[in-house]
Design a protein around this ligand. Structure first.
Ligand SMILES: NC(=O)c1ccc[n+]([C@@H]2O[C@H](COP(=O)([O-])OP(=O)(O)OC[C@H]3O[C@@H](n4cnc5c(N)ncnc54)[C@H](O)[C@@H]3O)[C@@H](O)[C@H]2O)c1
Length: 368
């Protein structure tokens, strides 16, 4: 049987250090009959040499348009905006299936080039659950940012710029240091604690030394009575990790915060779910997404009351590029191993059906 080629392209989005394929997964693919081409990329958290060492063929940065059209191209983020037709098969997050800004022009590039898009967000298992997602490290990094903001606030300072950490241990060490050696004594509430992001948030709090009793874990059962919840105001850090699928009562509101006055313990809200512009956002106390250079936004708490900040960064896993990539890539591996049988393998067939449906909608919208 001939070997299956796969081409890892560089990421062009600023600050994006993650990779869809890591040297570990690349090695497993090579051992299973793949030829892996890797574009040289200084931005990526993994060195080019790490890929070369496991047998990948290194190619020029951003040279995928010249790759043979039969070679699928894998990457994470959107391609830079352009009108160029796309003749290849692309495996990536394209953010164009939910009618996001520019969705139909992205899909029209595939239409004109004759290529195929397998959107990573829509590769699912038999039960409809995503085969690979970045949630765990989003929660982990979000909880770390929350703990850093809490420590800064105790010292009367705003939280400064956040930078990606070399690895998880470095992040845990830095957070503990800022908290004076340990997070013991800090109390946190994680809602959506049974999900991917929620499990990551709980693990970070454990690793920085919070007592188990001080990590309050809520999921659907606990929020079933409907908010707003006093319990949120009685912890230092509240991390929201729910998957919002239908309107629910607010978890916390500007009124409940003001009414708590000086007795409020809550100092930081981390909204990992980031339903910022969703009209049903259960945390309607902020209205912007924050960024690595300005990670917090203050809440209007009323005169004389203790400060409260919100962190609403929508690309938190970028703070842990190495581990986030390793986890994502290894979760994706079983599906990638099916790539040579993509005409019959369920995960790819389903993704292609969805692509064709979205493509037809785009063709109609663009009048092609
Ligand atoms: N900020 C970021 O960088 C980032 C990164 C990845 C994912 N996310 C977002 O985080 C959210 C969660 O993603 P996930 O992969 O962890 O989802 P998930 O499906 O694995 O987990 C969601 C959890 O929320 C629970 N839940 C849903 N509604 C609830 C409610 N009303 N009350 C209590 N619990 C509730 C579910 O039972 C589940 O346990 C999504 O909105 C996702 O888009 C954000």
């Amino acid at each position: 049987m001939s070997r299956q080629p796969l081409w890892l392209r560089c990421e062009k989005k600023e600050f994006e250090r993650r990779a869809a394929l890591t040297p570990t997964t690349a090695k497993k693919l090579i051992d299973s009959g793949f030829d892996i081409y890797v574009e040289r990329d200084e931005q990526r958290i993994f060195d080019d040499a790490e890929y070369e060492a496991v047998g990948c063929t290194l190619v020029e940065n951003n040279s995928w348009p010249k790759a043979p059209v039969t070679t699928p191209i894998i990457g994470l983020k959107e391609l830079p905006v352009s009108d160029d037709p796309l003749p290849h098969t692309h495996i990536q997050f394209a953010h164009c299936y939910k009618r996001q800004a520019g969705w139909s022009s992205v899909l029209s590039r595939f239409h004109r080039g004759g290529g195929t898009l397998y959107d990573l967000e829509f590769l699912t298992d038999e039960s409809g659950r995503r085969v690979a997602a970045f949630g765990y490290h989003a929660g982990f990094a979000g909880a770390a940012a929350g703990a850093l903001a809490h420590a800064a606030q105790k010292n009367g300072q705003p939280l400064g710029q956040l930078e990606p950490y070399e690895n998880e241990a470095a992040m845990v060490k830095a957070v503990k240091e800022r908290l004076g050696g340990s997070g013991k004594g800090v109390k946190a509430l994680v809602i959506g604690a049974l999900g991917r992001c929620g499990r990551g948030a709980v693990d970070l709090f454990r690793k920085i030394g919070l007592d188990e009793d001080d990590i309050v874990k809520w999921d659907l059962a606990e929020t079933a009575p409907g908010g707003p919840f006093q319990e949120i105001l009685d912890v230092d850090i509240f991390v929201n990790c729910i998957y919002l699928s239908s309107p629910i009562p607010h978890f916390v509101t500007a009124d409940t915060i003001r009414a708590a006055g000086k007795d409020r313990r809550l100092s930081v809200v981390v909204d990992v779910s980031c339903d910022t512009t969703n009209p049903h956002n259960p945390i309607p106390i902020y209205n912007i997404n924050t960024t690595f250079d300005k990670p917090t936004v203050p809440v209007d708490v009323g005169p004389g009351n203790p400060p409260l900040s919100v962190i609403s960064i929508d690309h938190l896993p970028t703070l842990l590029p190495r581990e986030a990539s390793e986890q994502f890539s290894s979760d994706l591996l079983p599906s990638l191993l099916e790539l040579p049988n993509r005409q019959t393998a369920r995960v790819w067939v389903t993704a292609e059906q969805l692509y064709k449906q979205k493509l037809a909608e785009a063709v109609e919208a663009e009048g092609l």
